[in-house]
Design a protein around this ligand. Structure first.
Ligand SMILES: [Cu+2]
Length: 156
């Protein structure tokens, strides 16, 4: 009986302790982006997701957020940012959201970089294969043997 009372008391204590100590948390993580326009959208999305403060650094790509742990969390904030088109460590933007970004905001994505590497192939005319995002479609062809002679990256 005594043990039960103690455990109830300690549970209650932990519960209230959590309420009292649930305060403002500060966190930093990288968010992909390019310009001042991105800055506004990234910070805006973070605030909509419950951040009381959000500052994104255009040079370091690091976002610093402050939020109340009872009303928000990192996952919620990252999810909201990803939904506006920007990759975060926890959540990636969908291609659809990324495509909707303004031209100047189209930051280089990891897979875009990989596709570009294929275009560095000797036979690939960079300008041709990068045209209208056909590069990723041509990526497989660029790995084919004989790519050098076939000039495969030129076909759309
Ligand atoms: Cu931008």
């Amino acid at each position: 009986m005594k043990t039960l009372r103690i455990s109830i008391l300690s549970t209650l204590f932990l519960f209230f302790a959590q309420l009292t100590f649930a305060q403002t948390k500060s966190e930093t993580f990288k968010v992909a982006g390019e310009c001042g326009m991105c800055k506004g959208k990234i910070e805006g999305a973070a605030k909509k997701a419950g951040a009381s403060a959000a500052v994104w650094n255009e040079d370091s790509k690091v976002l610093t957020v402050k939020y109340n742990s009872t009303s928000s969390n990192t996952a919620k904030i990252q999810k909201a940012i990803a939904a506006t088109g920007y990759d975060t460590p926890g959540f990636k933007a969908t291609d659809e959201a990324y495509d909707k970004l303004h031209a100047c905001c189209k930051y280089e994505r990891a897979e875009t970089a990989a596709a570009k590497a294929c275009c560095d192939h000797a036979s690939c005319t960079k300008s041709a294969c990068m045209k209208e995002g056909t590069c990723s479609k041509d990526a497989a062809c660029c790995k084919e043997a004989g790519c050098d002679t076939k000039d495969c990256c030129k076909k759309s």
